[in-house]
Write a protein that binds this ligand. Structure first.
Ligand code: GRF
Length: 204
C-alpha cells in the first residue's frame, strides 16, 4: 500500500511510519511549511517531498489536489498537518486519516495537554480518525490511552504521549494496509465485522 503523509512540523509520527513500513511504503511527503523538520526526515530517507505554499489557501488546495491525483496514494495520512482541508481536497485524497493528541470527541483543536491537566483528567490519549472538512471530527478509527500523572507539566505530558501516538499510528496504518481495518459509508469494520467501537490499541 502506498501512503502519502502531510506534515507541518517536526515529523516524529512520519519518522515512526517510515521506520515501521510493514505492508506499506511512504511514497511522498507534503508540507505546508518549508522549514518543517519532517521535510529533512523525508530527504534523509530518500522520500520524494513537496512544499506547498499555503499563503493562498485556494491555490494551495488546487495544487495539493493535482499532486494527490498524480501520486495516486492508497492512503493519505495527516501527521501534524495544521490546516483544515476542503471537501474537494478530501475527495482527491481518497482514503484520508488524521492523528490527534486527545481522546476525541474530547478536546478537538489545540492545547489538548493543557486542557487535560487543567481538568485533572485521569486519562489522556490519542485518536486516529477519518478526515472530513470539520476540525478533528471524522469517524474515529482507533485510540490509545495514557494514565495522566497530574504532577507533569504540559510539555512532559506531550512527550509521554508522543511515543504512544507513534504506536497508534503505525499500528493503524499497518492494519489498513492488511485490510484488517476499513471504513465504508461512515461505518467501521474490523476483520470484516462492523463495529460501533473504535479500536483500543492497548488491547491489541
Ligand atoms: C502530534 O502530536 C499529532 O498528534 C498532532 O501534531 C503533532 C505532530 O507531531 N496532530 P510530529 O510532527 O509528528 O512530531
Amino acid at each position: 500500500m502506498q501512503v502519502a503523509v502531510l506534515i507541518s512540523g517536526r515529523g516524529s509520527n512520519l519518522e515512526a511510519l517510515i521506520k515501521h513500513q510493514d505492508n506499506y511504503q511512504i511514497c511522498h511527503v507534503i508540507s505546508n511549511n518549508p522549514k518543517a523538520k519532517g521535510l529533512e526526515v523525508a530527504q534523509i530517507n530518500g522520500i520524494t517531498n513537496t512544499f506547498i505554499d499555503w499563503s493562498d489557501k485556494q491555490r494551495a488546495e488546487l495544487e495539493l489536489q493535482k499532486l494527490l491525483h498524480e501520486i495516486k496514494a492508497d492512503l493519505v495520512v495527516l501527521a501534524g498537518f495544521m490546516r483544515i482541508l476542503s471537501n474537494e481536497t478530501i475527495d482527491a485524497a481518497g482514503q484520508i486519516i488524521n492523528i490527534h493528541p486527545s481522546l476525541l470527541p474530547k478536546y478537538p483543536g489545540l492545547h489538548t495537554h493543557e486542557k487535560v491537566l487543567f481538568n485533572k483528567d485521569q486519562w489522556h490519549g490519542a485518536t486516529v480518525h477519518v478526515v472530513n472538512d470539520q476540525l478533528d471530527s471524522g469517524l474515529i478509527l482507533a485510540q490509545i490511552r495514557l494514565a495522566v500523572e497530574l504532577s507533569l507539566d504540559a510539555d512532559a505530558l506531550a512527550q509521554q504521549l508522543i511515543s504512544k501516538e507513534h504506536k497508534l499510528l503505525t499500528t493503524v496504518v499497518g492494519l489498513i494496509a492488511k485490510k484488517h481495518l476499513y471504513w465504508q459509508d461512515g461505518d467501521l469494520f474490523m476483520y470484516d465485522k462492523k463495529t460501533n467501537k473504535p479500536l483500543l490499541i492497548d488491547d491489541v
